[in-house]
Design a protein around this ligand. Structure first.
Ligand SMILES: CC(C)(COP(=O)(O)OP(=O)(O)OC[C@H]1O[C@@H](n2cnc3c(N)ncnc32)[C@H](O)[C@@H]1OP(=O)(O)O)[C@@H](O)C(=O)NCCC(=O)NCCS
Length: 170
């Protein structure tokens, strides 16, 4: 049994002109790649295995990130299933003078631990500790079901926890 904290991966880097879109903000694909790398390290730390990206379940580009920003990505495994892991990336930019950090974006990835032939292998279970870790852990099964339904790997009728969410909100 491991904790999310053990997988925590913090990557701080600058946004340079070559990373930008025509509005001189960070290009979305560049941010996706940076988040993917940070999350893959978190998944590797949790599983001690080779990991591959299975899906990007959610990305919110809430705030543009200007060139010159110092960007910090915090990635942490929020839940481990059998061979797959949900990994959250929280993205922050910091004010040059005060050093204060503002949340810019977040994303949720699914990684799968595999052996050298690419066959999925088991990963350790995880026990969330903080209130936010518990909230993310509890929502992860629904997000996994949604991702499997959207990718055609699960029938909607089999996604019981996901369906319950919609029934509860009626
Ligand atoms: C991801 C991959 C290993 C899954 O292999 P598979 O033979 O389909 O294996 P399974 O069906 O047993 O799925 C393995 C796990 O992945 C999960 N999974 C697969 N696709 C998923 C998706 N779209 N969303 C969420 N989870 C997914 C399954 O639910 C299962 O999880 P569990 O073992 O924790 O229950 C395989 O599809 C693969 O290698 N894909 C390419 C990965 C890659 O190259 N990524 C980089 C992209 S450039």
């Amino acid at each position: 049994m491991k904790t999310p904290k053990e997988s925590l991966t913090v990557v701080t880097d600058m946004v340079l002109p070559g990373d930008s879109n025509p509005l001189n903000n960070l290009f979305g694909g560049e941010l996706l790649a940076r988040m993917d790398r940070a999350c893959s390290i978190a998944a590797r730390r949790h599983s001690s295995r080779i990991v591959v990206t299975a899906s990007v379940n959610h990305v919110a580009f809430n705030k543009a990130v200007p060139i010159g920003s110092v960007l910090t990505i915090e990635a942490k495994v929020s839940r481990a299933f059998t061979s797959s892991m949900e990994v959250y990336a929280d993205v922050w930019i910091e004010d040059r003078e005060s050093g204060e950090k503002t949340k810019a974006n977040e994303a949720i990835y699914t990684f799968v631990a595999v052996d050298r032939t690419g066959t999925p292998v088991k990963v350790p279970a995880i026990k969330p500790e903080t209130p936010l870790e518990i909230e993310r852990y509890e929502g992860a099964l629904r997000r996994k079901q949604l991702s499997l339904v959207l990718s055609g790997r699960m029938k909607p009728s089999e996604a019981n926890e996901l369906k319950a969410l919609f029934l509860e909100s009626n």
